[in-house]
Design a protein around this ligand. Structure first.
Ligand SMILES: O=C(O)C[C@H]1C=CC(=O)O1
Length: 92
């Protein structure tokens, strides 16, 4: 099942710089592991924003929820999920 996910990152300005750097480093490792596993199929920066659009390929709503809620930056994100279905005119 494919899902379009938009993540807007809102890290508080007063967060300890060490905690910030550690959280971002853990987020990167977590995201790259999921990409290698084929679960996180696309990851794009939205130009000019601390936000991304992503496409996930997972088995269920529950699996996606588990992945998203496990993001180290999850406490500092607004997440918007859109389930994707096949378009009848798509050729691939
Ligand atoms: O920077 C972001 O968009 C947030 C998050 C998503 C992947 C990652 O490494 O960080």
């Amino acid at each position: 099942m494919l899902y379009h996910v938009r993540m807007d990152v809102r890290i508080p300005h007063d967060l300890d710089p060490g905690v910030r750097a550690d959280t971002i480093a853990r987020e990167k490792a977590y995201a790259q592991d999921l990409q290698r596993a084929g679960k996180w199929r696309h990851l794009w920066r939205i130009t000019g924003e601390y936000a991304n659009v992503s496409v996930f390929d997972v088995e269920s709503h529950d699996e996606l929820h588990e992945i998203l809620s496990g993001l180290p930056l999850f406490p500092y994100m607004d997440v918007d999920v859109t389930p994707l279905a096949k378009h009848p005119s798509a050729i691939a």
